[in-house]
Design a protein around this ligand. Structure first.
Ligand SMILES: Cc1cc2nc3c(=O)[nH]c(=O)nc-3n(C[C@H](O)[C@H](O)[C@H](O)COP(=O)(O)OP(=O)(O)OC[C@H]3O[C@@H](n4cnc5c(N)ncnc54)[C@H](O)[C@@H]3O)c2cc1C
Length: 386
């Protein structure tokens, strides 16, 4: 590969890539597509080697890396092995409300083992009647003495049957909207919980998404994370961080597809010349390379601004929307320029496309992310606020 758009680098890239190679993460990611299951062995190995919770504080058992360095590592892990293990690396980030707001006993019981890859904690926000619009959540958590009683249904959630516990968002106060929602840590084996895995997804099948029904499930007051009614407020900073970091993963996966395609079209001969000599092939690949690089620079910048406390919610929202869009276009070109084999399971591109296709939906659909960014550009009450 030429020096055009060199890869982002970091002193930890060498050990990370050596780990990915020795645990055959790329092959394992492809197996998980054919036989979806939670990859416990690799998850534990990631925990034991410090690859879970890159940005989480060292005092909590994470690596304590700045967001920008974590983004480089996630880009490289996505490039080396696809989305699965890079996203798993982020699982403690997705559960940061537990780490930051949970009672010490809960943190010791669930968050520390999550960082070691010994226990899995999921996140349950989405409901059949409320996804993008989290202010419309209907699940209730009624105070009853020293307990809360949870009733309702969560849907579309990852690890529906595999998580040992989940951070569950439920309404503790009646006035509707975002204010009455609290977060709880709920072990998933409690009486009254019914879990089911849904039909197979387009990609990322190892997440085994599905529904969880709660029928008068009792949890102690200590299961509440932080204050009553503050649940959605707590999750907002987490969402900003994770969107920027997810963007890095999508770009890394697309970069692998791009590099493989650049090499392939330079060698494949059709009509007595290499495919790279056809402008219709070469020019889109040049555009993809430049767009990947430009989006990567934007992602890095947005995470730096977020780390500086610049309140870059709009930037990281746009970073995820842009990265998933650029990544899908790039991988689509990889499929196209590899011809018939590109469309088949013989090559990794079709799975990459299916896996990355969750990008414009999960962790906030792209339309919603534009809405988040629009609110910053045209503050509430300003003319033209969508
Ligand atoms: C792979 C994957 C993993 C997931 N994991 C989890 C999980 O672990 N926990 C969890 O709680 N949820 C999870 N989800 C669910 C995900 O968060 C929701 O699907 C997402 O928030 C969208 O909600 P919804 O499906 O109800 O769609 P809706 O809110 O009904 O929206 C449908 C579509 O309408 C459009 N739209 C919505 N709002 C607007 C708007 N204001 N303006 C313009 N267009 C709009 C968007 O295109 C959107 O995709 C996961 C989803 C996927 C795909």
């Amino acid at each position: 590969m030429s020096e055009l758009w060199p890869l982002p680098d970091d002193p930890l890239v060498g050990p990370l890539e050596a780990f990915a190679a020795s645990h055959r993460l790329a092959d394992r990611g492809r197996e998980l597509d054919r036989r979806p299951e939670f990859p416990w062995a690799e998850f534990r190995a990631m925990g034991a080697n410090g690859w879970l919770g890159l940005t989480r504080p060292a005092s909590a058992g994470g690596r304590g890396l700045p967001l920008g360095r974590a983004a480089v590592l996630l880009f490289r892990l996505g490039r080396a092995s696809g989305t699965a293990f890079a996203k798993l690396s982020l699982q403690p980030e997705f559960a940061s409300v537990l780490g930051e707001r949970g009672a010490p006993g809960l943190v010791a019981e669930w968050y520390a083992p999550l960082l070691r890859g010994e226990r899995l904690v999921g996140n349950q926000i989405t409901e059949p009647g409320a996804g993008s619009d989290a202010g419309a959540l209907a699940m209730s958590a009624e105070r009853d003495g020293e307990q809360y009683r949870l009733s309702g249904e969560k849907s579309e959630v990852a690890f529906a049957a595999d998580a040992g516990a989940a951070i569950v968002y439920a309404r503790t106060r009646l006035p509707s909207g975002r204010d009455g929602i609290s977060a709880f840590l709920v072990p998933q084996e409690l009486p009254g919980i019914e879990r089911s895995v849904g039909p197979p997804d387009l990609g990322e099948r190892w997440q085994r998404r599905g529904s969880v029904r709660y029928r008068d499930v009792r949890v102690p007051i200590d299961a509440r994370l932080g204050d009553e009614g503050e649940g959605l407020r707590y999750v907002l900073p987490e969402l900003s961080r994770e969107r920027g970091l997810l963007a890095a993963i999508y770009l890394g996966v697309a970069r692998a597809a791009w590099e493989e395609t650049v090499r392939y079209v330079g060698a494949r001969v059709a009509f007595h010349r290499t495919l790279s000599e056809q402008q219709a092939v070469a020019f889109p690949l040049l555009d993809d390379g430049a767009r990947l690089e430009a989006t990567w620079l934007f992602v890095r910048r947005s995470l730096e601004r977020l780390a500086d406390g610049a309140g870059a919610e709009a930037d990281t929202a746009m970073a995820k929307a842009m990265a998933s869009d650029v990544a899908l276009t790039t991988i689509d070109h990889a499929i196209q320029f590899h011809g018939g084999r590109g469309y088949s399971g013989a090559l990794p591109h079709e799975q990459r496309w299916r896996d990355v296709r969750s990008g414009p939906i999960a962790h906030g659909p792209s339309e919603l992310l534009h809405r988040v960014a629009a609110r910053q550009l045209w503050p509430r009450g300003g003319a033209g606020n969508p």
